[in-house]
Design a protein around this ligand. Structure first.
Ligand SMILES: [Zn+2]
Ligand SMILES: [Zn+2]
Length: 121
């Protein structure tokens, strides 16, 4: 069984829990469900600024060996960008990251999706 790519990157229900800080939930057209913490989204911000900081490609979030104090990441606001993306206003003042649904599906943190990309190391 192969699903059209469109169904995997098309959200049918998006909930952003800004006031509770619980993150974002997305239900996808292919039946998959994703939950993202705001901290996870902040770490995976796709904007040019963050990619410059981190170098090319996504970095493993747990790779930081230093116990740096980091305030718990949250979002002050979230807004839809057309029908294809969500933009967050993070509580550290960062708001230039635009998360397309295609990208969000790629970074889905659930076990099933993580297993799928384990080869990348
Ligand atoms: Zn960014
Ligand atoms: Zn997933």
């Amino acid at each position: 069984m192969s699903l059209p790519v469109d169904a995997r990157t098309k959200p049918i229900d998006v909930k952003v829990h800004v006031s509770t800080g619980a993150g974002m939930d997305i239900a996808w057209a292919d039946g998959h469900h994703s939950h993202y913490d705001f901290g996870y989204l902040r770490d995976h911000c796709p904007c040019a600024l963050c990619n410059e900081e981190h170098g090319h490609g996504p970095q493993p979030a747990a790779a930081n060996p230093l116990p740096l104090y980091k305030p718990r990441a949250g979002a002050r606001a979230a807004s839809a960008v057309g029908h294809y993306a969500v933009q967050f206003d993070f509580n550290d003042g960062h708001s230039t990251g635009i998360f397309s649904f295609e990208y969000l599906r790629q970074i889905c943190p659930c076990d099933d999706c993580r297993r799928g990309e384990s080869a990348a190391g």
